[in-house]
Design a binder for this molecule. Sequence first.
Ligand code: PXG
Length: 442
Amino acid sequence: MALDRKNVPNDLSAFWMPFTANRQFKKDPRMLVSADGMFYKTADGRDVLDGTAGLWCCNAGHNQPRIVEAIRQQAGELDYAPAFQMGHPKAFELASALRDMAPKGMDHVFFTNSGSESVETALKIAIAYHRARGEGSRTRLIGRERGYHGVNFGGISVGGIVTNRKVFGSLLTGVDHLPHTHLPGENTFTKGQPEHGAHLADELERIVALHGAETIAAVIVEPMAGSTGVLLPPKGYLERLRELCTKHGIILIFDEVITGFGRLGSAFAADHFNVLPDLMTTAKGLTNGVIPMGAVLATGEIHDAFMQGPEHLIELFHGYTYSGNPISSAAGLATLETYREEGLFERAAAMAPYWEEALHSLKDARHVVDIRNMGLIGAIELEPIAGEPTKRAFTAFLKAYEKGILIRTTGDIIAMSPPLIIEKEHIDQLVGTLREVLEALD
Ligand code: PXG
């Protein structure tokens, strides 16, 4: 399609784009210039249906008026306040609102600016918590193969996506990994949680036997692995992991950066699976993706372990210039209010069965080898082109964009996570367009 470049800057060279094929993009840029509700508008004036809520973050849809207004107002009232040794009301209000929305027991909130920072924060809190209790030998961190925990050094160390790790040196020491839970032979075309694989949590016993429980600080997992291509926890898996962590005194961290704020049809995955972690990392949907913000939620037990010693001393030497900044806090408050007042989590749950049926109707489409879903998340796995992994799915992404839908691909997996305001007609458009794209694909 010939590109109308009138809304595209002449010089694209300076911006080194993140997680992007820069040279390919700059030859044929895909530029979004505005958005509303379920749709983006492109530089060449086309509407593109947002099948991914931006990057899994715009759960309430785009340009949500309450959020836009809250940011506008806050910017003109208190633009910034120091985050260390000073406070402003909205950060406290947001922390309380988040606690009230979170699973019972997650009583304290540490603000960050992204999922990656939330992960670093949670890992540091876990290690420092054990030390505060006189168990300073607990420093090891256990992640999982195929896990995604952001891109900072702690996160890629516990993460398990090889491309995100292999060119960045030796990473953190003292890290080990659980096996991933993808069992394609046994669990194909699963609707919701797969039947097989709970036993994979028992691998933690092997890791404990190898290193000694007294050296292990925390286990971090995504309750549903998103970035790697939507891997749902097998039935019983998270329960088993919780049991083993409790048994061995290990902190369980749920990385809820994607699963938080309604993605599965409940506020958090912890609610959905009824398994409580000790620490939870969040970001993305906390502010509807509108402005950077993340938060780590901690149980009272973890928080209180730090609240010792003379009261004038700082209890945790950690934080960011923008932790709980006024504009992000205002956006967060308006976002949580929107979720609540518009019943968006319930809406996601109510739409999930239609979403599931629509996605699985693609079972017989060309190249499809698996489909997985839960809440308003779906993944369609394609047979890779022999010798050219990722190419088939990436081509599908480009063709889909040309045909007016935005999807994400990772490897040869198409992942979708639309805003929770999606209507049936949008689901029909996504799935109908995908079928056309897949049928025309080499
Ligand atoms: N943890 C999890 C579970 C994530 O999914 C992060 C941490 C890092 O968040 P930040 O805010 O630092 O990016 C993430 C981010 C995709 C995709 O398409 C996923 C993420 C980010 C961008 C794209 O799968 N997840």
